[in-house]
Design a protein around this ligand. Structure first.
Ligand SMILES: Cc1cc2nc3c(=O)[nH]c(=O)nc-3n(C[C@H](O)[C@H](O)[C@H](O)COP(=O)(O)O)c2cc1C
Length: 164
């Protein structure tokens, strides 16, 4: 239990990956973590596009501004908001994928697709589907470390009790 809690607290965005594919077992475990995420009214108004082809990863990276992790990843999973879907649900699925990945030794980094219209076209989505966020995955490179600008605001600054 204490270990589980520490794993949650120590989850960080990792942007340097080994140049090798994820095993099918590991990739499937990550996808399953997304699929089993709870959603508003259990509607599951989402889908997940798993990109592993190197050329496709480079193309996908053009849809956002800070996407080097996508180019370097073994797999990047795009969270697609289906009609009626909620960002909150997609955020939960992303976090579950990241935590599940960590549990099996896979590093990850959330990614913003700053040009979702381009992402929609690139992925072949319909006008009703939205692709604004993704998560890049890979086995951590030997020198992989969290960004130096990490850390968090002090508790006093961000936590209030009973009223603002
Ligand atoms: C919604 C969201 C979008 C993000 N987009 C990107 C991105 O496009 N590129 C990137 O390198 N990191 C991205 N990140 C990762 C953040 O930079 C990272 O979570 C933050 O710096 C804290 O990092 P740490 O948990 O390693 O301390 C994103 C994170 C979130 C939550």
């Amino acid at each position: 239990m204490a270990d589980f809690y520490q794993e949650i607290l120590s989850l960080r965005a990792i942007r340097a990956y080994e140049d090798r594919p994820l095993s099918d077992e590991h990739l499937d475990a990550i996808v399953e973590a997304a699929r089993w995420t709870g959603s508003s009214k259990n509607r599951q108004d989402w889908s997940f596009v798993v990109v592993t082809d190197r050329d496709r990863l480079h193309g996908l990276a053009e849809c956002g501004d800070f996407t080097q992790p996508v180019r370097d990843s073994a797999a990047t999973i795009v969270l697609v908001k289906e009609p009626g879907g909620h960002d909150f649900d997609l955020g939960r699925a992303a976090q579950n994928m990241m935590l599940a990945a960590k549990a099996i030794g896979v590093a990850s980094c959330p990614i913003t697709l700053h040009r979702p219209a381009e992402a929609r076209q690139f992925l072949g989505l319909s006008a009703e589907q939205e692709a604004r966020y993704a998560v890049a995955f890979g086995y951590p490179a030997p020198n992989a470390a969290p960004a130096k600008f990490g850390g968090r605001k002090p508790k006093d600054e961000v936590v209030r009790y009973d009223r603002a």
